[in-house]
Design a protein around this ligand. Structure first.
Ligand SMILES: NC(=O)c1ccc[n+]([C@@H]2O[C@H](COP(=O)([O-])OP(=O)(O)OC[C@H]3O[C@@H](n4cnc5c(N)ncnc54)[C@H](O)[C@@H]3O)[C@@H](O)[C@H]2O)c1
Ligand SMILES: [Zn+2]
Length: 342
C-alpha cells in the first residue's frame, strides 16, 4: 500500500508493505554516503538489511531508550555523519522506533543545514504515528522534545514484518495512538478495535491511522490549527507521563501510549463511548484506570506550555469520530483529573 503526503515541495511517499525493508534500493537512491541510525534494542538484522543495499553505508548504533534523545548522542551522530563522508547530498536513514526516528531526523534536519532523511519505523508507535508528520527532536534533560525542528522525510518505509520481534507491551502501547486516531476521525478504525483482532488487522490499523494523520498534517503542517486534534489525550497524558512515565533512571511506570490512553478517557464527553473505550483498553491490556498522584499531575500541567495565560486548551471528543477544542480555565483541570477516577 502506498500513501502520499502532499506538502508541496516537501511531499513524500509512505510505503506500507511486508518485506519492504529488503527492497529499499528500489524505492530510493542509495548510491551515496549514508548514515544508518539504529539502537541497541532493535534487532541488528534490520539495519544490516538496509546497509546491504547501501554501497557507501555506515551503521551508527545508539543505546536503546529515551536517554539517547540527548544533545550528547546527537553530537556524536553528527560527528559520525561527518566521518562517514556525508556531504549536502548525503542521506540519513532511521531504522528503529520513535526514539531513533526523532533523533536521526534531527541529525538530518541540521547536518550541513539539512540532508535527506528516510524513516524506516519498527515499532507500532512509530509506524502508526511518529514516523510521519515531520516533527524531529531531542530532549533537554527531563524536558522532552525541547530542541527540534520540522523536517519532513523523503520517504517512509513501513515493514510490518519488523513488528514480529517487538515486545508485546510495546506493541500494545503503540496501538493507543491508533485508538486516538479512530476516536477523533475514523469510527471504522475504532470498530476494528472493538470487534476485530489487532494482530490480524494490524496492516489495516496502521493504514487507517496514517490516513487520519496524513489528512490532518496536510491541512496544518506546522501545528497552527487542525493539527491540535492530534493532541487528543496528550495534555493530561503528558502530565501523567511526567509523574508516572518510564524515563531516565525511572524504570517502572507507564509508556507514552499508556499515558495517552489514560489521558483520553476524561476527554470523552459521551459516557457510553467512554465505557466502550475502557472495554477496548481491557481487551488489549492497556491501563483503564490510573493510580497516579493527582496533585503532582496537576502541578505539572499548570506548568505545561499549553496552560499558559490562565487557561488550558483541551481536545474533547463529544462522540465517536469527532473532536472539538475546549479552552478551559486552569481550575477546570482539578475536576478533569478527578473525573478519571469517577
Ligand atoms: N515525532 C513525533 O511526532 C512523535 C510522536 C510520538 C512519539 N514520539 C517519540 O517517540 C518515542 C517513543 O517511540 P517508541 O514507542 O517507538 O519507543 P522506542 O523507540 O524507545 O522503542 C521501544 C523499544 O523497542 C525496541 N525496538 C524497536 N523496534 C523493535 C523491533 N522491531 N523489535 C524489537 N525491539 C524493538 C527499541 O530498542 C526500544 O527499546 C518518544 O521519544 C516520543 O517522544 C515522537
Ligand atoms: Zn503520542
Amino acid at each position: 500500500m502506498k500513501l502520499s503526503m502532499r506538502l508541496g515541495p516537501r511531499s513524500y511517499d509512505i510505503i506500507l508493505k511486508r518485506g519492504a525493508l529488503a527492497n529499499l534500493s528500489q524505492l530510493a537512491w542509495l548510491d551515496r554516503p549514508v548514515l544508518i541510525v539504529t539502537d541497541s534494542g532493535v534487532p541488528a538484522e534490520y539495519a544490516q538489511k538496509v546497509a546491504a543495499q547501501c554501497p557507501h553505508g555506515t551503521i551508527a548504533t545508539v543505546p536503546q531508550g529515551e536517554a539517547s534523545k540527548s544533545l550528547k548522542v546527537y553530537g556524536q551522530l553528527l560527528q559520525q555523519a561527518l566521518d562517514a563522508g556525508l556531504d549536502r547530498g548525503g542521506l540519513v536513514i532511521a531504522v528503529g522506533g520513535g526514539v531513533v526516528g526523532d533523533l536521526a531526523g534531527f541529525v538530518a534536519a541540521t547536518f550541513m543545514r539539512g540532508v535527506d532523511f528516510i524513516n524506516c519505523p519498527t515499532t507500532t508507535l512509530s509506524q502508526i504515528d511518529s514516523s510521519i508528520g515531520g516533527k524531529v527532536a531531542v530532549d533537554l534533560g527531563d524536558a522532552k522534545n525541547i530542541v527540534g525542528a520540522f523536517w519532513q522525510p523523503k520517504l517512509v518505509v513501513i515493514d510490518p514484518d519488523t513488528l514480529s520481534t517487538l515486545p508485546r507491551r510495546h506493541y500494545i502501547n503503540g496501538l493507543a495512538e491508533a485508538i486516538k486516531a479512530g476516536l477523533i476521525c475514523d469510527p471504522q478504525l475504532f470498530l476494528l478495535f472493538e470487534n476485530g483482532d489487532v494482530d490480524a488487522d494490524i496492516e489495516d490499523i496502521i493504514y487507517r491511522s496514517l490516513l487520519v494523520k496524513k489528512k490532518i498534517v496536510e491541512q496544518d503542517e506546522t501545528e497552527h490549527g487542525a493539527r491540535a486534534a492530534l493532541n487528543f489525550g496528550h495534555t493530561l497524558g503528558h502530565g501523567i507521563e511526567a509523574v508516572r512515565g518510564i524515563k531516565g533512571r525511572r524504570t517502572k511506570g507507564y509508556f507514552h501510549g499508556e499515558c495517552v490512553a489514560l489521558g483520553m478517557l476524561p476527554m470523552i464527553e459521551d459516557r457510553q463511548l467512554q465505557k466502550r473505550v475502557r472495554a477496548v483498553y481491557r481487551k488489549l491490556g492497556l491501563p483503564a484506570r490510573a493510580t497516579y498522584n493527582k496533585e503532582q499531575v496537576l502541578a505539572y500541567m499548570r506548568h505545561d506550555k499549553k496552560a499558559r495565560g490562565g487557561s488550558v486548551t483541551l481536545v474533547k471528543v463529544p462522540g465517536l469520530g469527532c473532536w472539538r477544542l475546549d479552552k478551559a480555565p486552569l481550575e477546570a483541570l482539578e475536576t478533569l483529573v478527578g473525573l478519571d477516577k469517577a
